[in-house]
Design a protein around this ligand. Structure first.
Ligand code: AMP
Length: 210
């Protein structure tokens, strides 16, 4: 099954992607994680992407479409995949259609902006492997240390409150129109994000099965 997870930054797409990945045994492709790795490695497109990411803007369509195309061509995607954070603009969605990539379902995780602002202020990410945590909802076993690899967990630069406001604005302007795009194709299902992550996960899995 080829899935897209749609939702504002901080709506919990990454967490739900993990749940689906475990349930369906298909890989998650997060363009955000791939871009952060590229920035860290100082690759050419990492350098190009950094300024936009730090400012809460989107990276240009041609860069993200390029990295996505290379990634889904890999063998582990043959049995299906979950796209987390792609597409984020209508031209990116059109690029998938043009590439002939079949999308079975688009799951929107809907969370109110105020809730997102509260959530993102507590989010921490691992400097080493990119795992995501939350000081209240998903704390590390040892404060400030990643459970998976032992590296330090930090606040993402783009989770600073002022940047979050810009990212939400970008989401509403550029990404939210994708709801209409996929509703017209009969592929959109909306899940209301719950206070309890496990509750949202139940709804997400139900939405995929249904
Ligand atoms: P994320 O981890 O998905 O929130 O992505 C972090 C940042 O990476 C975003 O704020 C964008 O600057 C950039 N990014 C990730 N995916 C995309 C995409 N599909 N299109 C444009 N920019 C992206």
């Amino acid at each position: 099954m080829n899935l897209i997870l749609l939702g504002a930054p901080g709506a919990g797409k990454g967490t739900q992607a993990e749940v689906i990945c475990n349930a369906l045994k298909i890989p998650t492709i997060s363009t955000g994680n791939m871009l952060r790795a590229a920035v860290k490695d100082g690759t050419e497109y990492g350098l190009k992407a950094k300024a936009a990411m730090d400012a809460g803007d989107l990276v240009s369509d041609d860069i993200v479409i390029g990295i996505l195309k290379d990634r889904i061509a890999q063998d582990d995607c043959k049995g299906g995949f979950i796209l987390d954070g792609f597409p984020r603009t209508v031209p990116q969605a059109e690029a998938l259609d043009t590439m002939g990539v079949r999308i079975d379902k688009v799951v929107e995780i809907h969370v109110a902006d105020e809730t997102i602002q509260r959530r993102l202020s507590g989010r921490r990410v691992c400097e080493g492997c990119g795992n995501s945590y939350h000081i209240d909802f998903k704390p590390t076993k040892v404060e400030g240390i990643c459970d998976a690899c032992g590296a330090k967990t930090v606040i993402r630069k783009d989770d600073e409150p002022a940047t979050v406001i810009d990212r939400l604005k970008t989401y509403h302007e550029k990404t939210a129109p994708l709801k209409d795009y996929y509703a017209k194709q009969g592929k959109l299902v909306t899940v209301e994000g719950q206070e309890e992550v496990a509750e949202t996960s139940k709804l997400t899995l139900k939405a995929i099965e249904g």
